[in-house]
Design a protein around this ligand. Sequence first.
Ligand code: NAP
Length: 252
Amino acid sequence: MAQDRRTAVVTGAARGIGAAIAKQLAHDGFAVAVLDLNEASCKDTVEAITTAGGTALAVGADVADEASVAAAMERIVAELGGPTVLVNNAGITRDNLLFKMDVADWDAVLNVHLRGAFLMSRAVQKHMVDASFGRIVNLSSTSALGNRGQVNYSAAKAGMQGFTKTLAIELGKFGVTANAIAPGFIETEMTAATAERLGIGFEDFKRMAASQIPVNRVGQPEDIANLVSFLVSEGAGFVSGQVIYAAGGPKA
Ligand code: NAP
């Protein structure tokens, strides 16, 4: 039991960007709830944290399911203490052109990103308000600006931005900030799956992406974790309601 320790929850933390964020926050001194759909899939992230001397708890939950979120929160509060940091990172893609997109793919994407961020934020805010301190970071995307084949995902990621700004307005007086990070191309299984769907080798896909990025490389999960580390810090208390594009160059 570590009630005196600061507790952070990172969703979708079994791999990719979420895993890098969980490891960074553990390094920063947080006890981290590593939450993902399947508890067993959290093992690698939890082991990496505990091997480095940190504290982590694997939590299996579907962020889009109200009862699952409630059960997860109960466990996190009991085992790590009330969270004051939440990173809504869990995400999926179900890409298709509008005329070929079925309702299930629309609903699945909107549910994981928007319903998931809503349910998690609603469950965690009480602990932040009680502590008069909180930090919420939501994962948006450059796809919020529009991206062919992603009408569901771009709508969800634009929605995350409005959601973030309203959280910032409602929760600011309780010492809680909310910000969104909108990554560009980050090398993870999600972008590898996109390359596969397009029939392009991942190395070629990355090279093509990098040629369009001013810093001349694709992003790594740690690029996003470093920004989260700042946004959840004590010193970031006057930065709220912002959307920060982390894309190796400017985005509108
Ligand atoms: P990823 O490698 O696919 O990892 C996403 C994780 O979220 C997976 O472990 C997945 O679990 C989990 N997840 C999916 N649905 C969930 C649910 N309902 N409840 C709990 N966990 C769930 O993706 P990533 O590239 O690291 O992306 C992380 C976030 O950044 C996402 O929100 C994504 O949209 C955003 N983003 C990524 C990029 C990029 O270029 N990679 C760019 C912009 C934004 P399963 O494996 O069991 O499905």
